[in-house]
Write a protein that binds this ligand. Sequence first.
Ligand code: PGA
Length: 251
Amino acid sequence: MTNKLKYFIGNWKMFGDINSFKIINIINKYCHNSINLHNKKIVLCVPNTLTHFFNQKLKSKHISLGSQNCHHHIGYGPFTGGVSSSMLKKIGSDYVILGHSENRREGETYNLIKKKVISALNEKLNIIFCIGETLDQKKKNKTFNILRQQIKKSLDKKLNLNKIIFAYEPVWAIGTNKVPKINELIKNIIFIKKESKKIFKNKNFKVLYGGSVNPKNVGLLSSISEIDGFLIGGASHSSNKFIEIIKNYYK
Ligand code: PGA
């Protein structure tokens, strides 16, 4: 069993209301009673509508809360519907997911993501920076090029890169019950680690895997020591599944 720090991060997406507190409460109790947290980081990225409520009610030492996106503008501003990183920080978020393919698909450009990174770092939020190829790009053998571009065009050497964790999420694996073949996954994770080290001059980044992670496939994924943890979408809506993922990882 590995002793290296592993991340288990839930991405609730557009899910949940105040009754969903029971999910996070059960996960919190599990963390409190049953696991050694010195080598695990548990984060739940919930909708902004729930963060403050969960934070107040939970007061957890075991679970960190995160958000799923932020506005690029720093502080307050005339942006209808926007929520800035400073507003997220104030309601108790310590993490923010940026560059998720579901937002890239809605029109987020490299440049916009870069501005969001800057604003999140300004508030000292930890960033879960999502990258990954589409099925079409994979078929055309463009995966490495795409990953390189996604890293280079939205991150900058001048930023405090210590707060950034990559999440490799092949777009075709999200919500589809498909995961990459083990060899392919190892190759892509190692590519991200090597390439980011090359681009940012010897910096070692953590790289998570995301895309249809569930209690059944996590055992196989645990054989890849290069993976530093998981970004878990659908399965994080169930406290049982989320807990099973952690348990099965260490079986
Ligand atoms: P999934 O989502 O686990 O439901 O595939 C992962 C994600 O989009 O982060």
